[in-house]
Design a binder for this molecule. Sequence first.
Ligand SMILES: Cc1cc2nc3c(=O)[nH]c(=O)nc-3n(C[C@H](O)[C@H](O)[C@H](O)COP(=O)(O)OP(=O)(O)OC[C@H]3O[C@@H](n4cnc5c(N)ncnc54)[C@H](O)[C@@H]3O)c2cc1C
Length: 410
Amino acid sequence: MYLYIRWMAVHYDILIAGGGPAGTTAALHLQGSGLRVLLLDKAVFPRDKVCGDALSGNVCFELEKLGLSYASNFEQYPGVLPTQGIRFVSPQGNALDIRLTKTRKGLSAPGYIASRIDFDFFLWQQVKHAGHVEMLENTTVLKAEFLPEKVNVYTTRGVFSTSVVIAADGAHSIFAKHLGYKLDKKHYSAGLRQYYEGVTGFTEDSLIELHFIQDILPGYFWIFPMTGGRANVGIGMLSETISKRKINLKESLQRIIQTHPTISPRFKNARALELPKGFGLPLGSKRLLVSSHRLLLTGDAASLIDPFTGEGIGYAMTSGRLAAETIQSLNNFSEDSLKIYNNLLWSKIGTELSTSYQLQKLLRFPRLFNRVVNKANRHAALHEYIRQMIEEPERKKAWYNPLFYLRFIF
Ligand SMILES: Cc1cc2nc3c(=O)[nH]c(=O)nc-3n(C[C@H](O)[C@H](O)[C@H](O)COP(=O)(O)OP(=O)(O)OC[C@H]3O[C@@H](n4cnc5c(N)ncnc54)[C@H](O)[C@@H]3O)c2cc1C
């Protein structure tokens, strides 16, 4: 009761709602700002989050941005498995292995796999150790009231007053709803994850595997190796396609595991560690306005997931960092001032996400996909070009440049 009254009396400069990768990254970038910050989450950490658990080059870039000690602390954290790249399996069943080469300061691999229960707890603990932010778990935001001079955030532990909110409350964000954003099936995917042990057939350097199986296009089935002989197995598909084709994702997942000619033998002695768990993926194929009066949306709350790969952790961290930097550079949080964040964010990641949207559309042409994979396996120059397109976002645009197809594919 005493604490409840005390919180109500305190005014925060910044309230960060949600302690996933977006919220914790924002909090870490506010170190040394001198601002009074509250980070709250409805969960108690460590907490699970349904995800593929693949940490891409974008995550490595953000760990580097946080600083050397964060990057090397992360690499030594239990449960973190380095991966050297990606195996794409075409609808025809041919594999294209792309080994990436770019590593970041403090890190030895181009990417990692770490269960979210571990990775998010790692970030949460880093904020705690930094000690500059007040943190509350088991505290759910119920609603917010945006007044001209402040914001009142109503939670299960009372009302907090703040000058600005960084919304990092994920795919079902209360703050995104406040801005009128609704689930749009054309720009939303559904995903299922199921942890297994005993799956065989991974490459020695732990490539993550994306299987583009004909009848689940434009989605894919994934198998990602993990530490301790475990694997993250799952399926993701555009919600619009699921509805149109009346697809039952759980059945599709089981069917692939039990009957697919090359996948099912790998599950012969495997054991599911849980029932399939589902969660939504708000895709960044539609550019939302991610700022408003005294409000910045980050991560899934801002719909920033890559529409082709389903990757969202890196973009969540980037948006968290940019939100923290923007707030520190401003002395008022009006709708107009905060548009700087919206423009900055889209200038950094907009092209990458729209290219991925084009790629997602290309999945409607499985023959083209087959051809790219087959050719890249025969021609070193194309193979190398694809590696660069994955590793250097600015090169990604070539995927929808007709000249690329004329030069390499046909
Ligand atoms: C099936 C699936 C597979 C995926 N695979 C990958 C992958 O392999 N790699 C990748 O990079 N991305 C992947 N993603 C996307 C990735 O999970 C998200 O993009 C990422 O978690 C976004 O981070 P965030 O911090 O914005 O949100 P979250 O990680 O969802 O964190 C939001 C936080 O807010 C808290 N919260 C929510 N509501 C409230 C509230 N009302 N009050 C207080 N707290 C609240 C939650 O408890 C949570 O801790 C996948 C997603 C799915 C669904």
